[in-house]
Design a binder for this molecule. Structure first.
Ligand code: S3P
Length: 431
């Protein structure tokens, strides 16, 4: 199916069916980057189909890894053994903050200079959080315009540091660990909230020793990585759109197969449980430390909830879709402590407010979230993705329960993380 830049979403009467999702975006980035540093050829099945992970593959290719993308969902990456080649051109990270930030930790230890740039959205995103730790480790990092991309990095020998991340960010933790892997001595990262731990698990899968205690992670530099064969679990942040769609229809019957259930990513399941949606885990396996399972969803009348503090940090990618379904809950939702949403692919707080209002919802916008009353009836309208994949998909979900059709402008943004979204949504939405 060709994805149009505009999509019309018609209301649904139910959600039913079985879906299997392409590989997790966060895990795909990490496996690809570590594969580039490893000895040997890494074979990845169910690699993310999103444009963001394609940006990572193009960048590691430019850095000397041999990338072979099969017709199906597989990718083979012949690693460099740890010594990357200087890229002849600046590295294009596209829309992907993960590519720019995590890759900066990889190239900072290499004996060359390079530049990382991105599209308009990425060019507005904060990079001081990258500059600070890498500079302390001994790299020279320059930004433009008070801490914005492009990043110019002069790499070289790094020293291990102890680093307290000021923001709860798995990307920052990861870039420090990736730099630490190549640094002299030990590197420790401590975070205010324990964020997704895919980097720790991936480093171990590739053979590195990583020590963890509460919110602290340490790695000793100079360890060699060895290629792996791995299946990338289905993306739970993509599954979130289908879980929330099913949540809107009591009696819906949805099965999601082979989806990642890493506990640092699965907070949505607990939140949905408090909102009246049961997700039964019907199978569970572990691959390279990552949990993978099949979920069966049972929805009842949807009640609201309050999300604050650490919970908001753990649900950061799922908050737009939770906010988009909030007006349909019985008691509404209060979502706070989520200021980071303002510096994602778009200002997601403003984008959600604008789109909810375009559909006739009442919403109070705060600096760090929203108060959204429940029991509201929404009408179809014209909403805008702001070229942000999660905003496009969140409002496709909201549109399923609205009265009348909804036009989503910039709907093709979904393919940043989830190319099959529109096709799968059509398949499970009964009309
Ligand atoms: C990601 C971490 C989060 C998340 C992003 C992916 C990762 O970003 O929003 O989609 O893969 O580590 P931050 O680290 O900026 O919170």
């Amino acid at each position: 199916m060709t994805v149009k830049t505009e999509q019309i979403v018609k209301p649904a009467r139910n959600i039913a069916g079985t879906v299997r999702l392409r590989g997790d975006k966060s895990i795909s980035h990490r496996y690809a980057m570590l594969a580039a540093l490893a000895h040997g050829t890494t074979k990845l099945e169910n690699f993310s189909s999103g444009a963001d992970c394609a940006s990572t593959l193009a960048c590691i290719g430019a850095l000397g890894a041999r990338v072979n993308r099969a017709q199906n969902d597989g990718v083979e990456i012949e690693g460099t053994g740890g010594t990357l080649q200087a890229p002849t051109l600046a590295l294009d990270c596209g829309n992907s903050g993960s590519t720019m930030r995590m890759l900066s930790g990889i190239v900072a230890a290499q004996d060359f200079s390079c530049e990382l740039f991105g599209d308009d959205s990425l060019s507005r995103r904060p990079m001081k959080r990258v500059v600070e730790p890498l500079t302390r480790m001994g790299a020279a990092v320059e930004t433009s315009d008070g801490g914005k991309p492009p990043l110019r990095i002069r790499g070289g020998p790094l020293r291990g540091i102890e680093y307290f991340t000021p923001v709860a960010s798995a990307q920052v933790k990861s870039l420090v660990l990736f730099a630490g892997l190549q640094a002299q001595g030990e590197t420790t990262v401590e975070e205010p909230v324990a964020t997704r731990d895919h980097s720790e698990l991936a480093l171990r899968a590739f053979g590195a020793e990583v020590h963890r205690a509460k919110n602290r992670v340490s790695i000793v530099g100079g360890q060699k990585l060895t290629a792996i064969e791995a299946f990338v679990p289905g993306d739970i942040s993509s599954a979130a759109f289908f879980l929330c769609a099913a949540a809107l229809f009591p009696g819906s019957s949805l099965v999601i197969e082979a989806v990642g259930l890493n506990p640092t990513r699965a907070a949505l399941l607990d939140v949905l449980a408090t909102m009246g949606v049961r997700t039964n885990v019907v199978t569970l396996e572990e691959h390279h430390g990552e949990l993978i399972g099949t979920l069966k969803v049972e929805a009842k009348a949807l009640v609201g909830t309050m999300l604050v503090g650490a919970q908001s940090a753990l649900l950061i990618d799922e908050l737009p879709v939770l906010a988009a379904i909030a007006p349909y809950t019985k008691d509404g939702m209060e979502i706070r402590d989520a200021k980071e949403l303002r510096v994602k692919e778009s200002d997601r707080i403003a984008a959600v407010t604008q789109n909810l209002r375009a559909m006739g919802a009442q919403v109070i916008e705060h600096d760090d979230g929203w108060s959204i009353p429940g029991n509201q009836k929404l009408h179809g309208g014209e909403v805008d993705s702001h070229d942000d994949h999660r905003i496009a998909m969140a409002f496709a979900v909201a549109a399923l329960r609205a009265e009348g059709e909804t036009k989503i402008k910039g709907a093709n943004a979904a393919s940043i993380s989830f190319s099959e979204f529109w096709e799968l949504l059509d398949r499970v939405a009964e009309r």
